[in-house]
Write a protein that binds this ligand. Structure first.
Ligand code: GAP
Length: 521
């Protein structure tokens, strides 16, 4: 297969089963039957997620853009913050989220299912204005096939594609909605009219649960950055252009959480708000867009599964500056294939947020920046690369999943070594004759050197094939095996996950071997 040819699509059920079996991701509250839209990370998943977050923190915040100069030729400057999930609710009034962070929602009175109105499509026979219309979930082949079957049954014959009309549910009139059959309904007219549904979770800090005490769980980490813009300027030596970064949880009461962790109600974001002079914003936007794309590629999301897509005009978010661009880095997930799903959005937010917070009647500070070099006071424009950590983890899991019939595990996880949750494993061939002691010492040495990057597994039991199989499914790049010879010649066999190549290295070179392969020199 060539480098650029798409990987064969994997079955999500197989990946989800592996995630459960090996402890990457569990359904949240599983022992109580779960809770829709929430996921817990197990031991391997927690480390995988941390490794991706750490890679972002290192390459974006600590060594901004991996040392690449910005479009002005200077090093890129970024500082971190860690702000609260719950803020004064006026933050969300100013940002536009109270009034405008809505999805159109449709309920089915028969099946009790709830849908995003903008995710529903309809089909019916062309020219038949009084006949029934059948709704289905867009991009869901099964739902489409069910709707077609129901239409054929109603018409008592198999209609050809040419005889069928399709349209978005949101374009139907009230009368047409009355004859529409929902995706999970048997009767017509059970779908409600679409109505706006605010996606923010509310909560009531303090003992009184009334409207005056209502607050929200943040739906994005970005606003915590904007409201601290002046604090950061006043307490550090940063100068525009510079960025403020943070990672953390965000919460959205998604109408239809689905596709594993892709659309969850609780998820983590990794966001930068990069402030610059308006005259330079276009250049910074292009810089961030291209660098973010190359960063995801550097972590192994390469080839045809990753694209950079410029938004159409009608897709722009309320804060995005028209004409200046918004792009998405998108990955071809198995459930979106052959289409793509968003991993990260890079938006030109102009000065929308700083202006909104400055102009809110309850806010107390001016957010204008005095630029000493230009001798000018202005509200900086903002370029926002906003990535989803959980979606990054999911894309990394999908990309890593590699079927291989020749292995006992039939599949291995080909994680980029930087992301692999277990960096190396140490196996005494048998659990006696001094081998466990040598293995334990090697594992301890490797832990001292690489423990901050991931786990070092020490496993003295079971037959060696089963131990390799477990590590293949965990995506561990290197397994060291201690055998009888190790005791006399102080060497071990190292097995490489991807090539299955085995070579003999001396015990005291094992750490250097791993360091070199991990690119740590
Ligand atoms: N501050 C801008 C912002 O929040 P967004 O496109 O709504 O923009 C940014 O979200 C990223 O957060 C997305 O690209 C996606 O990776 C992730 N994200 C958004 N909603 C999500 C959800 N319900 N579940 C998982 N990840 C989500």
């Amino acid at each position: 297969m060539s480098e650029t040819s798409p990987k064969p699509t994997i079955a999500m059920d197989d990946l989800m089963a592996l995630c459960k079996r090996r402890g990457f991701i569990y359904q949240a509250s599983e022992i109580y039957g779960g809770i829709q839209g929430f996921w817990d990370y197990g031991p391997l998943g927690a480390q995988l997620k941390k490794n991706l977050r750490d890679a972002w923190w290192q390459d974006v915040v600590m060594n901004p853009c991996q040392g690449m100069a910005g479009p002005d030729g200077n090093p890129v400057r970024i500082v971190p913050v860690d702000t609260c999930i719950i803020q004064n609710p006026k933050v969300w009034e100013a940002s536009g989220h109270v009034a405008g962070f809505n999805d159109p929602m449709v309920d089915c009175r028969e099946s009790k299912a709830r849908y995003r109105a903008d995710h529903l499509m309809c089909l019916g026979e062309k020219g038949d204005t009084s006949g029934q219309i059948y709704a289905y979930v867009d991009n869901d082949d099964k739902s489409y096939a069910t709707a077609r079957k129901k239409l054929d049954k109603y018409k008592k014959r198999a209609l050809s594609d040419a005889e069928i009309d399709t349209c978005p549910l949101t374009s139907l009139s009230a009368d047409e909605l009355k004859v529409t059959v929902g995706p999970d309904a048997s009767e017509a007219g059970t779908l409600t009219e679409p109505r706006a549904f605010n996606l923010m979770f509310d909560t009531y800090p303090g003992p009184i649960r009334d409207e005056a005490n209502k607050a929200y769980l943040r739906p994005e980490t970005a606003q915590g950055i904007f409201i601290n813009f002046k604090n950061v300027i006043d307490t550090t030596r940063v100068k525009v252009p510079f960025g403020i970064a943070q990672t953390g949880k965000a919460f959205r009461n998604e109408v239809t959480p689905r596709n594993f962790t892709f659309r969850s109600r609780e998820f983590e974001q990794m966001e930068v708000e990069f402030f610059c002079h308006p005259s330079e914003a276009k250049d910074w936007y292009a810089f961030w867009r291209d660098w973010r794309m190359s960063w995801w590629k550097s972590l192994g999301l390469a080839g045809d599964n990753l694209i950079l897509r410029e938004h159409d005009k009608d897709e722009l978010a309320h804060y995005a500056k028209e004409g200046a661009g918004t792009s998405d880095v998108e990955y071809r997930f198995p459930f979106t294939a052959p289409r793509f799903g968003e991993l990260e959005g890079i938006a030109h937010r102009s000065n929308f947020d700083l202006k909104a917070h400055q102009n809110h009647p309850a806010s107390t500070v001016k957010l204008e920046y005095f630029d000493q070099e230009r001798n000018e006071r202005y509200l900086p424009d903002c370029i926002e690369p906003s990535a989803g950590l959980d979606r990054g983890v999911l894309a990394s899991l999908c990309e890593a999943y590699t079927p291989d019939e020749s292995r006992p595990s039939k599949v291995f996880m080909k994680f980029h070594p930087r992301l692999a949750p277990i960096k190396a494993a140490v196996f005494p061939l048998v659990n006696k004759d001094g081998m466990p002691e040598v293995g334990e010492k090697l594992a301890a040495d490797l832990r001292k050197r690489f423990g901050h990057l991931g786990a070092i597994e020490f496993d003295p039991k079971q037959n060696i094939g089963k131990r390799y199989a477990r590590m293949d499914e965990a995506g561990c790049p290197f397994c060291f095996t201690i055998d009888g010879d190790s005791l006399t010649d102080q060497t071990v066999t190292v097995r490489e996950r991807d090539t299955l190549a085995q070579e003999r290295v001396s015990l005291d070179r094992a750490a250097a071997y791993v360091a070199e392969k991990l690119g740590l020199g």
